[in-house]
Write a protein of this length. Structure first.
Length: 283
């Protein structure tokens, strides 16, 4: 059972978000889940500011009353895809007063809440990407090595993505990078497959090969093996090529193979958004 409440909160500046006068909070209470989830929207523009998941005992919902017990742990996800686990110190102090099973459930619920907010953010990011591409009449494609098609899979999770997503090239082997994407042999020999230079050449090559306006690429070391001192496991280079925009970003993820691939795909969505929705300093 779920109950939704819409309310407004007094203005407050928090470390992760600033709530202004008139901002709207949409909160969902669940009788069968150990969390409440709030969406914060600007009262001026209507744009989403982020989501806040509050780990609690399942809500007690009756006709006139909503009651829940706060278990201190909270999760924040910004509209730009930044996730934070909050109040861990407060939970640690509270945990000693809880039954071991309740404490374990709360910790597990924080992970489930984080996964839930990540999924909400991906859908939100996809909507923004679709709108930005649609406004320009542009198309997008991918060139993927370490992510193995996960970026394209994420972009096509959105219904209607065939209107702007044309395809992708999974260039896992260097031969495919050379022959399908036009990555230069000299680049692979001097900088290596996992490098800024290769990522940029992959993105440019995908634009040419697929005939798209925007291409995003990924090359890296997903693990668990294959790393070195200079290029450790988890190192990933992402790049984007679009009209008037070319850039690459470097990451070193600390997760397992699956987690490194997922983090790279999410970072690719953020990179696309930054290129299509430049901020004041980038415009």
């Amino acid at each position: 059972m779920r109950l939704r409440a819409v309310w407004r909160t007094p203005p407050v500046a928090l470390p992760y978000v600033t709530i202004e006068t008139g901002d709207v909070v949409i909160e969902d209470f669940y009788a069968d889940q150990w969390r409440n989830v709030m969406a914060f929207q600007s009262g001026t523009t209507g744009k989403l500011k982020g989501w806040y998941a509050n780990v609690t005992r399942p809500a007690q919902i009756s006709q006139d009353v909503i009651d829940w017990v706060d278990l201190a742990l909270d999760v924040w996800m910004s509209a730009d895809g930044e996730l934070r686990i909050l109040d861990e110190d407060e939970f640690e102090a509270l945990a000693g007063e809880l039954e071991a099973e309740v404490a374990a459930t709360a910790l597990a619920e924080a992970e489930r809440a984080a996964d839930d907010l990540r999924a909400r953010w991906r859908a939100h990011a996809n909507d923004r990407i679709a709108a930005a591409l649609g406004d320009r009449g542009w198309t997008i494609g991918t060139a993927e090595s370490c992510t193995g098609g996960l970026i394209g899979d994420t972009l096509t999770d959105r219904a209607g993505s065939s209107a702007y997503f044309l395809g992708g090239i999974i260039s896992y082997d260097d031969r495919v990078k050379r022959e399908r994407l036009g990555v230069m042999t000299a680049t692979l020999e001097s900088a290596g497959a996992v490098s800024e230079e290769t990522a940029l050449e992959m993105a440019r090559g995908a634009r040419r090969a697929l005939g798209v306006d925007v291409a995003v690429s990924a090359t890296g070391i997903a693990g668990p093996g294959g790393g070195s001192v200079d290029k450790p496991v988890g190192l990933v280079w992402l790049a984007i090529s679009a009209p008037g925009v070319e850039r690459a970003e470097r990451f070193v993820w600390p997760f397992d193979r699956t987690g490194n691939k997922r983090a790279s795909a999410d970072a690719a969505l953020r990179l696309v958004l930054k290129a299509l929705e430049p901020g004041p300093a980038e415009a």
